[in-house]
Design a binder for this molecule. Structure first.
Ligand code: NAP
Length: 814
């Protein structure tokens, strides 16, 4: 036998890592753990315990407390107490603590990695080389933001006590993504790890205490989903940061609705992995391995939908099957292992159920003939081909080592198939044609797009979803805003308390207004009646009659009729959404126009509004009864605001992120899409302009619901828009009952985001109903805002809400 033959036939020998350090740590604690509150282990007198097992061996690892209300209250109280001083601790001091935590993580690197693999089942190669290094990296990176906060983020303050709930697939990494930015910016934390993987969070708590972090800044409570609910609904928690399934995300959105708590949701995915005919096929094969068999496929952004160009599909799948036959499944602590154990029997059963469903749906199943360990929760790498794009197995998140494969012919078809999902977390595009790859990347609806690469993460680049993959970002400058509030803003504590089931609420119930005589005309037989001018709806650039032909009277300060407007209904809203979509998709759509063009149009609107300022001021005075000078000031401020967003139209595009990638990572501030915006009654013109302008400046198309009480300044604006080159459908205006109209918008599947500045009750319903398709919302909780002030009425808060960040990763080099 030649050396080459020996080399080619040689089996890998095992290269096991010793579990002794983790076992010693577990033994030191008697394999029984309390809760980590105020830097101390707290063991309730009569607690229930949960047992953790190693999924690869079935061996019992330890027991942890099932926290109840009393314990959750104690953890929140500790965090609240610590917030008083931590939020006032200078950033440069907080930076030292984060730095110390990062260094301490590095010192305990091996122990953290081994325990993580034992508790979760992931290969040590991954916990040692990816999870723990990234854990440290997040604390180093955010130590930097703590250092810079007072100069770079001086218009912001910390949010308060943050409840953080994380899943089991990356227990340490998810914890880092949440805790590092929170404490860097002066917040304090109550963290609940997932039940299956509680142990590394407890070890991390010790690592933190050892680094000298003041008591109460980080508290870790173990418990079931019930403890999660207690954290979410706790009145003294100011924000919930959640990572987990979309179904639980929906529950949390409903539970926090209208409470004034901030919420960020990092949810599930079904990410496409798109391979074009000119891709480096061997590179792409390794990409697939990394995309779907990394962490046993239990990855939110796993490339679980393979889309291959039809003419190379057979060759590619053949190569892939060959490669699958070389994957090694087994003991996670063996450093030569590619695929470890599934976290729990329940997950194993779910994966198996989906594979059987795929076969029932007509899929062609391939599992390589490789050896699996005799015991432990192992599942073979699995490929299912020839499924219909609408098959459940293609649409639903399986969260296991299961890849489904489809084919496409043209780039347009690839984009359509890739976007044919309710999720939007990540995507991977493989082509040696950089023009094609970047064009496709820009058209995919996903928060992260990796070109000729996959599963790249770094603290300097935000991670998070579009659509039902959630909202908010973790990492990068964009992720900081999840843990900040504008310096002027108190924590909103809205007065409205929902009673009973929202489905039974009368919110948005609607009775059309009764018609009144136009313009206060009283027939006396002598005068000619004034020409009736009832402003219509403004939809698709045309003035159209309300669908129901109803009108409503607009009353002045003394109850006199100062005008009429159309009383919009569901049909008007649907037409307006359709027009907004058409404007979005037109060629070139509003979002595709360059910033300079959008800024020119905003300047033009300002110019034309300014030219008619007297008329607008008189209209405002007639409706609201304010003095002419204050009405004039409102018009002047509205013109000014249009100038502000004309300025921002070409200055908020994004940035090149300084990640650890050799190449470029571009964070693009993309428009959200079609937005529904309900305006408040105060400052009827200025608030309307302050909400419309940032949305359209950043490439969104909008359906505006003007002030219900004072809509005439918005309807007068049609003529300004008409003469300012605003393309049809970019701004649509539907007048009428605000809550009735917003209800249709929030329920509309084709509306991507809703802003609502009506009552506290309305805010509750808007947030609650948004859970149906995880629409992004921004509400005012019924609180007054000083729209005249530049601090409260314009700027980054508005731009942030009008955009979503997509990070495109492009490696360079050979
Ligand atoms: P999960 O069932 O949603 O649970 C996530 C966390 O929420 C766990 O700590 C869980 O506690 C807790 N929880 C469950 N029900 C709750 C409730 N009603 N109220 C409050 N807390 C509740 O998700 P998972 O199975 O652990 O994780 C898998 C999911 O996470 C996948 O969908 C995956 O895509 C997603 N994920 C997303 C990202 C991202 O960044 N977008 C990253 C990783 C994972 P118990 O464990 O005690 O039940």
């Amino acid at each position: 036998m030649s050396v080459l033959e020996v080399f080619e036939t040689m089996e890998y020998g095992p290269a096991p890592e010793s579990p002794s350090s983790a076992n010693a740590w577990l033994d030191d604690h008697g394999r029984k753990f309390g809760l980590f509150i105020n830097n101390q282990w707290v063991t309730p007198k009569s607690a229930d315990y949960y047992t953790s097992y190693n999924p690869a061996t079935g061996e019992k690892l330890g027991e942890t407390v099932q926290a109840g209300q009393k314990e959750v209250d104690a953890a929140v109280a500790a965090a609240r107490q610590a917030f008083q001083t931590w939020s006032k601790t200078p950033g440069v001091v907080r930076a030292r603590y984060l730095y110390a935590i990062a260094r301490n993580i590095q010192k305990h690197h091996r122990l953290l990695a081994v325990l993580e693999s034992m508790d979760n089942g992931k290969p040590l190669r991954e916990s040692r080389d990816i999870d723990v290094p990234l854990l440290a990296r997040h604390f180093f990176y955010h130590a930097g933001w703590a250092q810079l906060m007072e100069t770079e983020l001086r218009d912001y303050q910390p949010v308060g006590v943050i409840g953080q709930i994380i899943p089991w697939n990356f227990p340490l990494l998810m914890l880092a993504w949440k805790i590092a930015p929170a404490i860097a910016l002066g917040n304090t934390v109550v963290l609940k790890p997932a039940s299956y993987t509680r142990l590394s969070a407890l070890l991390f708590a010790e690592v933190v205490a050892e680094a000298g972090l003041p008591p109460g800044v980080i508290n870790v409570i173990t418990g079931s989903s019930k403890a999660g609910t207690m954290v979410v609904t706790h009145p003294d928690v100011d924000k919930i940061a959640f990572t987990g399934s979309t179904d639980v995300g929906r529950i949390l959105r409903r539970q926090t609705a209208g409470s004034g708590k901030k919420l960020s949701l990092e949810l599930g995915g079904k990410s496409p992995f798109v391979v074009f005919e000119d891709a480096d096929l061997d590179g792409a094969i390794e990409g697939v391995v990394d995309a779907i068999w990394f962490n046993q496929g239990q990855v939110c952004c796993a490339g679980s939908r393979l889309l291959v160009q039809e003419n190379i599909a057979d060759r590619f799948l053949e190569k892939l099957k060959l490669r699958m036959g070389h994957l090694r499944v087994g003991d996670p602590l063996d450093k030569c292992i590619d695929i470890g154990a599934i976290v729990d029997q329940t997950q194993w059963d779910t994966i198996d159920h989906w594979v059987k469903t795929g076969v029932k749906e007509g899929g062609e199943l391939f599992q390589p003939d490789i050896k699996l360990p005799d015991k432990g929760l192992f599942y073979p790498p699995t490929l299912i081909c020839n499924l219909d794009p609408a098959a459940e197995t293609v649409q639903e998140e399986i969260f296991g080592p299961v890849l489904v494969s489809l084919t496409f012919r043209t780039p347009a078809e690839a984009i359509a198939l890739a976007n044919n999902t309710r999720y939007g977390l990540a995507a991977s595009v493989w082509s040696d044609n950089i023009n094609l790859a970047l064009d496709v990347a820009s058209k995919l609806k996903a928060g992260s797009v990796w070109v000729n690469s996959t599963n790249l993460f770094d603290a300097a680049s935000g991670f998070g979803g579009y659509r039902e993959s959630g909202f908010g970002r973790e990492g990068g400058r964009e992720g900081l805003f999840e843990y900040l509030r504008p310096a002027w803003q108190e924590r909103p504590r809205p007065g409205f308390q929902p009673e009973g089931e929202p489905a039974k609420s009368k919110w948005g119930a609607y009775t059309p207004a009764r018609p009144t005589m136009p313009n206060g005309f009283k027939p006396n037989g002598k005068e000619l009646p004034r020409v009736d001018r009832t402003p219509k709806m403004y939809i698709g650039g045309a003035q159209v009659r309300p669908d129901g032909y109803y009108t409503r009277a607009v009353l002045g300060p003394h109850g006199e009729v100062v005008g009429q407007v159309g009383d919009g209904n569901r049909k008007d809203i649907r037409n307006a959404v359709e027009a907004a979509h058409a404007a979005h998709l037109a060629k070139p759509g509003w979002a595709m126009r360059h910033g300079f063009n959008r800024s020119q149009i905003l300047y033009f609107i300002a110019e034309n509004l300014d030219a008619r300022s007297d008329e607008f001021a008189r209209r405002l005075r007639a409706m609201t009864g304010q003095s002419l000078s204050s009405a004039q000031a409102e018009v002047v401020a509205s013109v000014e605001r249009l100038f502000t967003y004309a300025a921002w139209a070409d200055k908020y595009g994004g940035s090149v992120q300084e990640t650890t990638l050799r190449g470029v990572t571009v964070g693009v501030n993309e428009p959200i899409g079609v937005m529904g915006i309900a305006c408040p009654d105060e400052f009827p013109l200025l608030a309307f302009v302050s909400l419309m302008a940032p949305a359209i400046a950043r490439g969104n198309t909008v359906v505006m619901i003007p002030s219900e009480k004072y809509p005439l300044s918005a309807t007068d604006l049609y003529q300004v828009l008409d003469t300012s080159d605003v393309p049809p459908g970019v701004v649509n205006i539907v007048t009428g009952d605000r809550d009735h109209l917003i209800k249709t918008l929030i329920q509309h599947e084709d509306v991507d985001s809703v802003w609502y500045f009506g009552s506290a009750e309305g805010c509750y319903h808007v947030e609650h109903e948004s859970a149906a398709n995880m629409k992004r919302t921004w509400v005012g909780y019924g609180l007054k805002r000083n729209w005249l002030s530049r601090e409260e009425g314009e700027g980054h808060e508005f731009l942030h809400e009008a955009t979503q960040v997509k990070n495109i990763w492009v490696p360079t080099g050979e």
